[in-house]
Design a protein around this ligand. Structure first.
Ligand SMILES: NC(=O)c1ccc[n+]([C@@H]2O[C@H](COP(=O)([O-])OP(=O)(O)OC[C@H]3O[C@@H](n4cnc5c(N)ncnc54)[C@H](OP(=O)(O)O)[C@@H]3O)[C@@H](O)[C@H]2O)c1
Length: 395
């Protein structure tokens, strides 16, 4: 049967890789809806190539422009706009699979809608799960949705856990998770040089080609912190059983330790098309376009403990998970603001962790029971983060 998809964030790095895998298997996949934000040129090209029934963007003016362009090339895709359009695309009755690849908190409402509508969710948008953990997982259970992780680490863990893993790690004989991290571009940079780091340097990841926000998150290692929280929610494993391991080659994508001493891992070339293809075809296997791993080329694999002084964001994320309730939403919102301000040149690289730490100190964790609670916690933390950025700029 042909699998019908909505792709949230089709113009981003994950969206483009997803369409590349789909392009190789036209007999298996049909794109019903493409959703994007600002990159209208790219969205237009994608509509012409994949002929989805719908395309959705937030902005009414951009939607109008896209409609005109599609009309000139006789493309029949219907264009919708507004935040509610994204939610509608995630709930389309004819769609069985939703790729959640919007970056940041903006992806939460449509991804949550996909969960409540019982879709198979290919989850790249880790921020949605980080900020709304208990609310999101309840929606998955309520809607009987299926959650398949796209983050390479979580996808590796998913592949290394037993097929019938039910969320009871003791029963499955799991001792813990080893989450690998490349350490980003500044693993060896002298600490005194970090304040001078530019956005371009921070976005130049040594192994992975990614969007700008996640590239900065990788440079601060907040990405790994968010992934610790993501792993906690996806696999129901406590923070103390999730260890981060620096592995600069990014060949082992993560590992599961069992009580009998066995350690299972997934290895491969660092290319997101592998986890995307694994999740798209699960439980079957399809060609992703990624070449075989050449172990002779790799030659050696290295491992280091993470340096929590060099990467304070990692410690802040563990702290947020320990504090629970709204603390991860606060962490995520403060990080999104700080990263954006860094990319716009308003604060320095080392200020990112300062902003997050001060926001977390000033906002106590509060209960998180509904989407409204999550969005309220997110809004409060964003306002506080902007105040802290102003304070830093007045120094
Ligand atoms: N890239 C990777 O290798 C990778 C690996 C693991 C996990 N992830 C996760 O996957 C997600 C996407 O990452 P990415 O690297 O693909 O990011 P990206 O290249 O920046 O793409 C983000 C996508 O989200 C859309 N978008 C941005 N703001 C939006 C908004 N307010 N409303 C609706 N759509 C919006 C963008 O649209 P426009 O481009 O049209 O503006 C784009 O399609 C992130 O959560 C990231 O952490 C990425």
């Amino acid at each position: 049967m042909v699998q019908k998809l909505t792709i949230l964030g089709s113009t981003g790095s994950i969206g483009v890789s997803t369409l590349d895998v789909i392009r190789r298997h036209p007999e298996r996949y049909r794109v019903e809806a493409l959703c994007a934000h600002r990159q209208i040129d790219r969205l237009c090209e994608q509509c012409v190539e994949f002929a989805p029934r719908y395309a959705a963007v937030r902005d009414d003016n951009l939607a109008r422009e896209l409609r005109q362009r599609l009309a000139t090339v006789s493309c029949a895709t219907e264009v919708l706009s507004g935040p509610e359009a994204l939610v509608r695309m995630a709930e389309l009755p004819e769609v069985d699979t939703v790729m959640a690849a919007i970056v940041g908190a903006a992806g939460l409402p449509p991804t949550l809608a996909a969960a409540l509508a019982g879709k198979t969710i290919l989850l790249a948008n880790k921020e949605a799960l980080v900020m709304a953990g208990p609310v999101f997982m309840r929606a998955v259970r309520q809607g009987k949705a299926r959650l398949l992780p796209i983050d390479s680490e979580h996808n590796a863990i998913f592949q290394s856990l037993p097929d019938d893993y039910s969320g009871d790690f003791n029963k499955s004989g799991v001792r813990g998770l080893l989450l690998t991290a490349s350490g980003g571009p500044f693993r060896k940079t002298p600490l005194e040089d970090l304040p001078k780091v530019t956005p371009e340097q921070a976005c130049a990841h040594p192994n992975w080609s990614m969007g700008r926000k996640i590239s900065v998150d990788s440079a601060t290692m907040m990405n790994k912190g968010l992934e610790v929280i993501e792993a906690h929610w996806l696999f129901n494993i406590p923070a103390e059983n999730i260890q981060v391991v620096i592995h600069p080659q990014s060949v082992i994508h993560s590992l599961v330790q069992y009580v009998d001493g066995s350690v299972l891992a997934e290895l491969g070339n660092p290319d997101m098309r592998t986890p995307i293809a694994q999740a798209l075809a699960y439980p079957e296997r399809i060609d992703s376009g990624v070449g075989p791993l050449d172990l002779f080329d790799v030659a050696a694999l290295h491992f280091e403990r993470p340096d929590f002084d060099r990467f304070p964001c990692l410690g802040l994320a563990y702290q947020a998970l320990k504090d629970g309730a709204s603390a991860p939403a606060t962490l995520n919102a403060a990080n999104e603001v700080a990263v954006q301000q860094f990319l716009e040149g308003r604060i320095g690289f080392v200020d990112i962790s300062q902003v997050i730490a001060r926001v977390m100190e000033r906002i106590p964790a509060s209960g998180l029971y509904s989407l409204d609670d999550v969005l309220a916690a997110d809004a409060v933390a964003r306002r506080m983060a902007e105040l802290v950025v102003d304070e830093i700029n007045q120094r």
